[in-house]
Design a protein around this ligand. Structure first.
Ligand code: HEC
Length: 134
């Protein structure tokens, strides 16, 4: 039979191991990348991302080849007609959907290839901060 000291030790190890699984956050670390929606995604205080230095070029490089008002039906490779991300207003209107397809660890868009994980995190951060213009 176990002594009570052994039981206490076993319990302490068990509790230690289970709390060790919990996500540890510290203010120095980048904020939540496992959010399940754009609303949950945090905006870091020191974010410098804007439409000018990030969002516009990102959309142009990775999305506007299919999602642009200038592309008629038949030249959009199947991208739905109303999903255009040419302007900041467009992107703000579609922000939650864009995050779901392409932000953080979501890699459904573009359909093949696309931005690096780091760029997807930057997209998520910029959107979570309200997609500032400059
Ligand atoms: C090669 C063409 C192509 C590129 C590039 C592309 N998409 Fe798409 N997109 C599609 C197609 C096709 C669909 C419709 C099928 C689907 O939803 O998978 C779509 C659908 C979407 C939708 C859903 C639209 C709706 O009406 O519900 C969003 C949001 C979206 N894409 C975002 C993006 C973002 C953000 C990028 C850039 C990071 C991007 N896409 C790049 C082809 C593309």
């Amino acid at each position: 039979m176990r002594s009570s000291a052994e039981l206490v030790l076993a319990l302490a190890v068990f509790v230690g191991a289970s709390t060790g699984c919990a996500q540890e956050t510290s203010s120095d670390e980048p904020v939540v990348e496992d959010a399940t929606s754009l609303e949950e995604r945090a905006c870091p205080d020191d974010s410098y991302l804007s439409w000018e230095n990030f969002g516009g070029p990102f959309m142009l490089t990775w999305c506007n080849g299919c999602h642009s008002e200038s592309l008629p039906d038949g030249e959009r490779q199947g991208a739905p007609l109303l999903s255009n991300f040419d302007t900041l207003d467009d992107v703000r209107a579609w922000a939650a959907d864009i995050w779901e397809e392409s932000g953080d660890h979501n890699a459904s868009m573009p359909p093949v290839g696309g931005p690096s994980e780091e760029e997807r995190e930057m997209l998520a951060e910029w959107l979570a901060c309200g997609a500032p213009a400059d």
